[in-house]
Design a binder for this molecule. Structure first.
Ligand SMILES: NC(=O)c1ccc[n+]([C@@H]2O[C@H](COP(=O)([O-])OP(=O)(O)OC[C@H]3O[C@@H](n4cnc5c(N)ncnc54)[C@H](OP(=O)(O)O)[C@@H]3O)[C@@H](O)[C@H]2O)c1
Length: 415
């Protein structure tokens, strides 16, 4: 299957109609998956925000009221992933978006069932826990050769052994990678041998307090974006070799609905002139993940490499380890009351695996996926609560993506 012509057309947030290739599947899941999709909408607003309990309540109550209208919209067959908030309407909807056979309820196993990934070499960052571990397990279960790129090597080896045992696939190993320390990233890429077909930039941190690398970089931006940016640059030649091998090489950048909290603030990326706000810092780093996919595809699609960004939805993982007890208790009460439900880890990893394996995205990059499908692009001033399955324009803008690439290069090349 080939989607060679739409690749370049994918870079512009407004150009979705031309992204859709002739053999992309249209799902019939919309009407039946509306309830789950709406629940996932709530999850994301809750779990991905470093919010006070009051802010969480506000997110939820907004999301609940949106959910009512969204369900009606979906049942009417109008929208798939984009929900209308009262005050804002997605700009790209329906038939323009790339659809797959998967939705919010799909699991990692659903996506890889029937696939034979023998010969495919994959790297998954942050595979010691949560979504990364499940992603690696699913890839291994389909026969891929999987390297877990982890900062805690002992934990990584334990996970690799467990995956090998449970899947019967011995081609699973752990290698050291500390994304906030570019020397370890350089060691990882220098020691990589041979082609690489799939790079999953999954690792991430969400911190309530300001942290800095020795260079003075804000830690969420440094870890979530700069570390992965450096990793991808270092693996570019291996990915090109992988594309020569199998016809394509893919990068998956795990972003978040939290990208809606902040654009990349080029004037003060590292919070040296403004008060630190952890939510804005996390959001900025996740916007950078999406922009990376846009620009990597523009630069590297001629080499056979495409990159897509993925929002996994709200999932209870190690990511929320720094939530205060008050916030956890509050969320527990809301969940017990049936106000929202998290996605399972198996469901959370599914969209990553769609970007990694689905034919619709084999040669087609620069997109933002949510619940297994391409998300609608919405204006920058909409609220997250009513649009948490969409992507803001600032996370897909081609000029901004190019600027971020250059700024990131300047940063990582400094001595
Ligand atoms: N869970 C959600 O609700 C949600 C929603 C939207 C997006 N996401 C995104 O999903 C991705 C996976 O998160 P998760 O939910 O699975 O969280 P998780 O369970 O905390 O997993 C995060 C992984 O990243 C690793 N990591 C953190 N900092 C690192 C560093 N400096 N160098 C190398 N590895 C590092 C962690 O390693 P250690 O085990 O050593 O800490 C862990 O393996 C993240 O990018 C996150 O932003 C999650």
């Amino acid at each position: 299957m080939s989607h060679t012509s739409p690749i370049h057309a994918a870079f512009d947030a407004t150009s979705t109609p031309t992204d859709v290739g002739p053999d992309q599947k249209l799902t019939t899941f919309d009407a039946t998956s509306a309830a789950a999709a709406v629940v996932a909408d709530l999850n994301l607003a809750v779990s991905d925000a470093i919010s006070t309990p009051v802010a969480v309540v506000a997110d939820l109550s907004l999301a609940v009221s949106d959910a009512t209208s969204a369900a009606a919209d979906v049942n009417a067959g109008l929208l798939h992933t984009a929900f209308n908030a009262a005050a804002s309407t997605p700009v790209a909807v329906g038939a323009d978006l790339i659809r797959t056979a998967f939705d919010a309820t799909s699991t990692a196993a659903d996506v890889v069932t029937g696939l034979n990934l023998a010969g495919l070499r994959a790297v998954v960052t942050g595979a010691t826990s949560g979504l990364g571990r499940e992603t690696a397990r699913a890839l291994a279960s389909a026969g891929a050769d999987v390297t877990l790129a982890v900062r805690n090597t002992a934990a990584g080896k334990g996970v690799a052994d467990a995956i090998a045992t449970s899947t019967g696939n011995r081609a699973v190993r752990a290698a050291h990678l500390e994304l906030a320390d570019l020397a370890t990233v350089a060691r990882f890429t220098a020691s990589w041998d041979g082609p690489l077909h799939l790079l999953i930039n999954n690792a991430g941190v969400m911190r309530p307090t300001l942290g800095r690398t020795p260079q003075g970089w804000e830690l969420q931006f440094a870890t979530n974006h700069l570390g992965h940016f450096t990793l991808a640059l270092g693996l570019h030649d291996a990915l090109t070799a992988g594309a020569n091998d199998r016809g394509t090489a893919r990068i998956v950048a795990v972003t978040s609905g939290a990208h809606m909290y902040s654009s990349v603030v080029f004037d003060d990326i590292h919070f040296t002139r403004r008060a630190y706000d952890p939510q804005l810092a996390y959001g900025q780093s996740k916007t950078a993940n999406s922009l990376f996919a846009v620009e990597a595809t523009r630069r590297w699609s001629a080499d056979g490499i495409v990159a897509n960004a993925v929002n996994p939805g709200g999932v209870s993982t190690g990511l929320q380890r720094d939530f205060t007890q008050d916030m956890k208790d509050h969320l527990d009460r809301l969940e017990a009351a049936g106000v929202f439900a998290y996605k399972t880890i198996e469901q959370g990893a599914a969209t990553t695996l769609v970007a990694a394996t689905a034919p619709e995205f084999a040669h087609n990059g620069g997109h933002y996926l949510d619940d297994g499908n391409e998300a609608a692009t919405v204006p920058d001033d909409v609220d997250l609560a009513g649009n948490s399955h969409a992507v803001k324009r600032w996370a897909r803008d081609g000029a901004t993506a190019r600027r971020l690439w250059e700024v990131s290069l300047d940063l990582i090349r400094q001595p």
